[in-house]
Design a protein around this ligand. Sequence first.
Ligand SMILES: *[C@@H]1O[C@H](CO)[C@@H](O)[C@H](O)[C@H]1NC(C)=O
Ligand SMILES: *[C@@H]1O[C@H](CO)[C@@H](O)[C@H](O)[C@H]1NC(C)=O
Ligand SMILES: *[C@@H]1O[C@H](CO)[C@@H](O)[C@H](O)[C@H]1NC(C)=O
Ligand SMILES: *[C@@H]1O[C@H](CO)[C@@H](O)[C@H](O)[C@H]1NC(C)=O
Ligand SMILES: [Cu+2]
Length: 395
Amino acid sequence: MKLLAGYFLLQAAGLAAAVRPKLEDFKQKAIDSGLALKALNGIALAKAFTKFGGTCKPSNVKYRREWRSISKADRRKFIAAVKCIMTKPSSLPPGEVPGAKSLYDDIVWAHARRSGLVHNSATFLLFHRYYLYTYEEELAKCGWTSGLPYWEWGLDIAGPHLSPVFDGSDTSLGGDGEFIPNRQPFKIPFIDPLTPEIIVQPGTGGGCVTTGPFVDHRVRLGPFNMTETFPVEPEDGREDNPRCLLRDLNKGGIERWASFRNSTELILGYDDIFGFHVNAEGDPRWVPQKPMGIHGGGHSAIGGIGGHAGDPVISPYDPAFWLTHGQLDRIYWIWQMLDLPNRSDVFGTGTWLNIPPSPNVTVEDSIDVLPHQPSRKLKELMNSVTGSPFCFVYV
Ligand SMILES: *[C@@H]1O[C@H](CO)[C@@H](O)[C@H](O)[C@H]1NC(C)=O
Ligand SMILES: *[C@@H]1O[C@H](CO)[C@@H](O)[C@H](O)[C@H]1NC(C)=O
Ligand SMILES: *[C@@H]1O[C@H](CO)[C@@H](O)[C@H](O)[C@H]1NC(C)=O
Ligand SMILES: *[C@@H]1O[C@H](CO)[C@@H](O)[C@H](O)[C@H]1NC(C)=O
Ligand SMILES: [Cu+2]
C-alpha cells in the first residue's frame, strides 16, 4: 500500500523511473492480495511509457488486459476472433503436416516443431513472447485489434473452476473438462535425479470440455513424444488425429506455484536473467527444489492431470494457453521494465535441457515463428514498445 500510494505520487511528479522496489517495501497482506503485483505493474507501465520508439506510440500501443477487465461484449468479440482463426484454412505446404486443417492447427505446429529448442533453453521467454504476438496479429486480422488478454492466476487461487475465465458461459474460454472420479495422483516424470517427487492431485475435471464456445474445437496434431532426440523437428504426430479438448482445472497449480506471492517474489527476487529465467520456468538443473515455477503452475492450473494445456508440445491447442502465457509474459515484462537496460539478456543454450549439447545463445541469435513471423534477433524482442516488431503494454 505504501508503495502503491508512493507510485501515484511519483507518477504525478514524473519521477516513476526512479523507483527501485524491494520485497520489504510491501506488507505480507499486500503481497498475498495482489496489491503489490498491481503496484509493480503500475510502475512497469510508467517506465514503459518512457521507452517508446520507432512506430510505437502511446496512441497506437496495444493494452493487454486481464480477462475480467474486458467487457462481456468485448470478450465475445475476442472469442469470435479465435473462432475465425479456427475456421481459416491451413496454409502449410500440402502434405507436410497432414493433420493441420486450420490456421489454428498451423499455429500449434509452429510451437510443436520448435518444442525441443524453446523450453528449458535460452529462448524460452522470448520465443513465447514472439509466439503470443503471432497470435495477436492473427486475431487482429480476424477483427480483434485490441491487446491479447491475459489471465491473472492469483485472482483464482480459490480454484480455476470458480473463475469467470472457465465458467462455461459464452463469455468464457469454455468450462472444465467433464469430471472423472476416482483418478490416481500423478507423479511428474522429471529426468533430473536431484528433483524431488512432485505429485499432482486430480483436479475438478479430467475429461472433454463440453460447455462454452469451444465445444466443437478439435485437437488434431500429436501426441508427440518429448524424447532425447526431440530437438530434431518431429516427424511423427503430424497426422490428423481429431479428438476433444481435455481439461482438468486444478487449484493446486495456483496455490503451490502461481499465487500472487509466487509471482511477486519472482519479480522482486532476482536481478539477472539467470535467476529470473530458471525460477520462472522451474529449470530442474538449476533449481531442483523448485522445478515447476510460475510457468509450470500456470499450465498445471488448466491441464491438471492429462489436460492438453499440460502437454509441453501441443498445449496451445487449449484456447486458454494464450492467456496463461500472457500472464507469464506479463510477469517477465514487469520484471524487465523495472530495469530494462540491465534486463535485456538471455541465459542458457539452444536445446531443451541442453540435450543434445549446444552453444550458449546470445541476443544476436535469432528465432522464428514459421511461417507466420520471420526470423528475428532476440535483442529485437526485449523491449515491447519499439514498434519493431512489438507495440504492447500490460495493464
Ligand atoms: C511414442 O513413444 C512410444 C514409446 O516409445 C511409442 O510406443 C509411440 O508409438 C510413440 N508415439 C509416436 C506418435 O510416435
Ligand atoms: C507459492 O506461494 C505460496 C503462498 O501463496 C507458498 O505457500 C508456496 O510455497 C510458494 N511456492 C514456491 C515454489 O515458492
Ligand atoms: C544496472 O545495475 C547496476 C547494479 O545493480 C546499477 O548500478 C545500475 O544503475 C543499473 N543500470 C541501469 C541502467 O539501471
Ligand atoms: C556458457 O554459459 C555458462 C553459464 O553462464 C558459462 O559458464 C560457460 O562458460 C559458457 N560457455 C561458453 C563456451 O561461453
Ligand atoms: Cu511452450
